[in-house]
Write a protein that binds this ligand. Structure first.
Ligand SMILES: [Zn+2]
Length: 274
């Protein structure tokens, strides 16, 4: 498998299907991020059909089926509409500079009696359902496992993309649109992908805790900058970068006062590393 002219090519027809979409495709981009999603759909084929439908107003560069087959809809240097309203660190609007990969998966399931149902009312075997919390939530939910073939294909294609483009990071849709989006969810091995693809040795993000109440999270690294809102003691945040004693952080717990307070600057003296 290789990338030529922003398309995946393979000798093996069982590996890749090209299904060029002319709908839901934007202009030329220079990809800097890979964003992982789940389709929340019934099958890879049905998701592909949906992404090619103009009324979807959504698309992705790749869809990966449960058998590991990769379907390419959009060339890697063209904009696909997968991220929506999104921000992370200093970046906004990820459709403009990211490659979107969708894994066929029904998404969060609901338990009804002893059955596990998707939002479209299909039933899933409990052998492949895992009960655990989403990283942005406290309570448990039910998630459907990805297949090994899917994860292997995703890793393989991410490696190729990293070789071809100047990719800074690989993130989940739930990292760049937290609370609005929950994909790819807790069963996607994001830490392992990031450590393998980005060469990061530590498998854990730098997590800090706020050590006082009513701590301002500011628009810049000084008290001169306005506040987005306040965080309570014990709120957990993920470190992104620091500047002169101030930390740019991403808030992991949903703040109570202001739903939009997702990341900003906090004075380092008000944080404790966990
Ligand atoms: Zn998504």
């Amino acid at each position: 498998m290789k990338i030529t002219n922003h398309k995946l090519l393979s000798e093996s027809v069982s590996e890749i299907i090209v299904s060029d979409s002319t709908n839901n495709v934007g202009g030329v981009i220079d990809p800097q991020f890979i964003i992982i999603h789940f389709t929340a759909g019934q099958s890879a084929e049905s998701s592909v059909e949906w992404f090619k439908n103009p009324s979807a107003k959504a698309s992705a560069h790749l869809v990966i089926g449960r058998d590991g087959k990769i379907i390419q809809l959009v060339d890697f240097n063209k904009m696909a509409w997968h991220a929506g309203k999104s921000k992370w660190a200093d970046f906004n609007g990820f459709n403009n500079f990211s490659i979107g990969i969708e894994l066929d998966n029904p998404g969060r399931l609901t338990k009804v009696g002893d059955r596990y149902l998707s939002w479209f009312k299909a039933e899933y075997s409990k052998d492949n359902v895992v009960e655990m919390p989403h990283k942005h939530e406290k309570g448990n939910s039910y998630w459907y496992e990805y297949t090994k073939e899917q994860i292997d294909a995703c890793m393989k294609v991410c490696k190729l993309i990293m070789e071809k483009y100047h990719i800074q990071d690989i993130l989940g849709h739930d990292d760049i649109a937290p609370y609005r989006k929950d994909d790819p969810g807790p069963l996607f091995p994001m830490e392992s992908f990031r450590s393998k693809l980005l060469g990061r040795e530590d498998n854990t993000a730098d997590i800090y805790e706020v050590i006082a109440d009513a701590v301002n999270i500011r628009k810049g690294p000084s008290t001169k900058f306005g506040s987005y809102g306040q965080l309570n003691q014990a709120t957990k945040v993920e470190f992104i970068k620091s500047s002169m004693g101030w930390f740019l952080v991403y808030v992991l717990d949903k703040p109570q006062q202001n739903d939009d307070t997702l990341y900003g600057w906090i004075n380092g003296s008000l944080l404790k590393k966990l």
